[in-house]
Design a protein around this ligand. Structure first.
Ligand SMILES: Nc1nc2c(c(=O)[nH]1)N=C([C@H](O)[C@H](O)COP(=O)(O)OP(=O)(O)OP(=O)(O)O)CN2
Ligand SMILES: [Zn+2]
Length: 139
């Protein structure tokens, strides 16, 4: 049978708070750029992350990869470090990196790509709110 390629996705939600604030900008500039999201005491989100892997459907198993394994990687990369956390204060990566959803997607990609078999990770999509969605594909 000809080789077939499929995309499989696992969805995971987590809750976290953050403040958009750049150490490279003055307080005034931060207020101007980030507006209400620069509130000193932060604000929270119920993030929804979609992790998609792309690969050949294995002839013997019928799977690109076992979704149960993907679930375990997501637990280690997303849930343990990020769920119910203050992103800026609890996650060392964001001490100097602004916790935008773009940078959060890069964080998740960079950690997920180390766990997964080479070449499988295709996309990290984050719904910060129902209306704000970021896609990162490792570029
Ligand atoms: N490019 C980006 N822009 C913004 C980001 C981001 O991560 N990347 N993040 C924010 C804030 O974190 C903010 O929390 C967004 O919330 P809000 O504007 O309230 O969200 P909605 O637009 O979905 O809410 P409305 O109901 O439309 O008010 C801002 N910008
Ligand atoms: Zn926010």
């Amino acid at each position: 049978m000809a080789e077939r390629v499929a995309y499989i996705t696992r969805v995971q939600s987590f809750s976290a708070c953050h403040r958009l604030h750049s150490p490279d900008l003055s307080d005034e500039e931060n207020k101007k750029v980030f507006g209400k999201c620069n509130n000193p005491n932060g604000h929270g989100h119920n993030y929804k992350v979609e992790v998609t892997v792309r690969g050949k459907i294995d002839a013997e198993t019928g799977m690109v990869m076992n979704l149960t394994d993907l679930k375990r990687y997501i637990e280690d990369v997303i849930m343990t470090p990020l769920d119910h956390k203050n992103l800026d204060k609890d996650v060392p990566y964001f001490a100097k990196v602004v916790s935008t959803t773009e940078n959060l997607a890069v964080y998740i990609w960079d950690h997920m790509v180390k766990e997964l078999p080479e070449g499988l990770l295709y996309e990290v999509k984050i719904h910060e709110t129902d209306k704000n969605i970021v896609v990162y594909r490792g570029e």
